[in-house]
Structure formats: structure tokens, C-alpha cells
Design a protein around this ligand. Structure first.
Ligand SMILES: [Zn+2]
Length: 139
């Protein structure tokens, strides 16, 4: 049997790679680079241990036969990544539209509302859930 066939047979039914896997590899590279700056300290050994743990976790996930479970882990990871991405986009937009808009969160449904920049106290109605609340735009 050729190596490729052997590999294909070995990998059959196993989970393989996903976005969380790529993230673990990138995190591992960062940990290794960080360890270079901590030679002869406790931090160096912590980094080595962390790196080994990340590699072990990656291998465990890639060769896992519990595909549903791994897939669900990835979905949770992607949800978190999306939240982080949205946060940075929002911060970028806050600066970009600083002359025109102010951003406030609806306390009821957690939606971010883009409000026209009008100084003073206003009552705002959330278009998503209909909740009304007061906002104070100082600048
Ligand atoms: Zn709302």
C-alpha cells in the first residue's frame, strides 16, 4: 500500500483542520517567539510547556473521531472571533464618524445604535426592540 493510501485510510473519519486549528498554530508561533525573549527565566519554561500543550491540543483535535464535538468547538470559537471583530469595527467607526455620529448600546437587547451627533439629553427608541431610553451626548 502506498503512503498516500495509508494516510487516507488513517485520516478517514477523523476531524482534520479548521479555523480553531489555525488559531492554535498561530498562538503557538507567538508563544515560541515570546520564549526567545525569556531565556534563562521561569517564563521560558512556561512558554515551552504552553507550546507543547497547544501542539498536543491541535493534534488531539485534528485526529479526533468525534467530529460533531470538534465542529461545535469551532462554532463557539468563530462566534467569539466575530464578536471581537465587531468590537474593532465599531471602534474604527467611532473614530471614522466622530463628527457625525455617536454610538450607544440598547440596554434591553444589547444592539448598538448609531445616533446623530446632537448635544444634550435625548430620548431614544431602539428600532429593534422598541425600548426607549435616555442618552446624554456631551460632545
Ligand atoms: Zn433594543
Amino acid at each position: 500500500m502506498k503512503f498516500r493510501e495509508k494516510l487516507a485510510r488513517f485520516m478517514y473519519g477523523r476531524y482534520g483542520g479548521d479555523q480553531l486549528g489555525i488559531f492554535l498554530i498561530i498562538l503557538n508561533v507567538i508563544v515560541i517567539i515570546a520564549s526567545w525573549f525569556m531565556r534563562q527565566t521561569v517564563g521560558y519554561y512556561v512558554c515551552l510547556f504552553l507550546s507543547a500543550a497547544l501542539i498536543a491540543l491541535y493534534i488531539y483535535r485534528a485526529f479526533s473521531r468525534k467530529r460533531d464535538k470538534r465542529s461545535r468547538e469551532n462554532a463557539v470559537f468563530m462566534k467569539i472571533i466575530t464578536k471581537i471583530k465587531e468590537f474593532f469595527v465599531r471602534q474604527f467607526n467611532r473614530v471614522r464618524y466622530i463628527r457625525k455620529y455617536r454610538y450607544r448600546k440598547c440596554k434591553n437587547c444589547k444592539t448598538f445604535l448609531r445616533l446623530p451627533r446632537k448635544q444634550g439629553r435625548h430620548t431614544v427608541r431602539c428600532p429593534k426592540c422598541g425600548n426607549t431610553f435616555d442618552v446624554n451626548i456631551i460632545l
